[in-house]
Design a protein around this ligand. Structure first.
Ligand code: AMP
Length: 289
């Protein structure tokens, strides 16, 4: 797709965006959708490019979803930069940006809830109660509003992708999901809107998470099939560097359960979350043993 500085239709209301979507569909186009919380970086841009390959018209949403933040998390502090983001979207051939307010998306009182079983028991689900329920709620609403043909999410949030995939299956959303690879800085740190919180010193130690995951992956591939001791040492090393480990483990790649013994030929998720000061960083590698 050619890059042009085209005009982006920015819709703040559900009615407005539905109208735009209707026009696009009536003209016979398929819609590729990328939901984001804004503060766009190369990771998001890679999802736009990915979506452009499998659809005619690109729609992005920019919404910092209050429902997926816990009471002590960074909702108020989360970077918001709509003007800059819109320039990025124009440059990436996004036709429609849906940027609703909180009131547009949520009634004051809700009577329904989505409940998740098993898939949120470990990884981020264990330490962020209500996080994935909040994500499913917003993605469910966005899918109903945008009705995309294709929606693209990043592997960076692998647990999110698996849970959304399950929702699409169980709730019969008519959308094809695609997962795009993790985009990293030169030193390996996975790009994230939250990286802007890092001090210079924290930024220097942050890539240790990816280096650790890569080391575990290499060890597993070269025959370590009971990784508990290896993981325990790696946790200690991360802590010694000044990162606080929330989790670091190997999981089944479909059901997201921790594994103690790996089977040859199977695909596993090696995933970790650490705190650099107050900033939470997550990363993962998919490995076939
Ligand atoms: P966010 O704005 O952080 O909610 O992320 C929106 C989408 O971008 C999600 O599908 C993320 O998985 C994806 N994403 C975030 N960071 C990266 C990255 N470094 N590489 C690829 N995708 C990413």
């Amino acid at each position: 797709m050619m890059k042009t500085d085209q005009k982006v239709a920015v819709c703040h209301s559900i009615n407005e965006v539905r109208e735009k979507i209707r026009e696009i569909k009536t003209a016979g186009n398929t819609i590729g959708f990328v939901p984001t919380m804004g503060a766009l970086h190369e990771g998001h841009i890679s999802l736009f490019s990915h979506a452009a390959k499998s659809s005619d018209v690109l729609v992005a949403s920019i919404f910092v979803n209050p429902e997926q933040f816990g009471p002590n998390e960074d909702f108020d502090r989360y970077p918001r930069q709509l003007e800059e983001d819109l320039k990025v979207c124009a440059n990436e051939n996004i036709s429609v940006v849906f940027a609703p307010s909180k009131d547009e998306m949520y009634d004051e009182k809700k009577y329904l809830q989505i409940k998740i079983e098993q898939l949120n028991k470990h990884l981020c689900g264990a330490s962020r109660p209500g996080f994935f329920e909040g994500i499913l709620l917003i993605v469910n609403k966005l899918f109903n509003i945008i009705e995309p043909d294709v929606a693209v999410f990043g592997q960076k949030d692998y647990q999110q992708f698996q849970i959304i995939k399950q929702m699409v299956r169980e709730f019969n959303h008519a959308v094809d999901l695609e997962m795009a690879p993790i985009i990293r800085a030169n030193d390996g740190l996975a790009l994230s809107s939250r990286n802007t919180y890092l001090s210079d010193e924290q930024r220097l130690i942050a890539p240790s998470l990816y280096r650790t995951l890569s080391f575990i992956s290499d060890q597993i591939k070269s025959g370590v099939h009971k990784p508990a001791l290896l993981i325990s040492h790696q946790k200690d090393e991360l802590e010694a560097k000044g990162l606080e480990v929330d989790y670091l483990n190997v999981y089944t790649s479909d059901t997201l359960q921790p594994v103690t013994e790996l089977t040859k030929g199977e695909k596993y998720l090696i995933a970790g979350a650490v705190y650099a000061g107050e900033t939470r960083l997550i990363d993962n590698i998919l490995t076939v043993v």
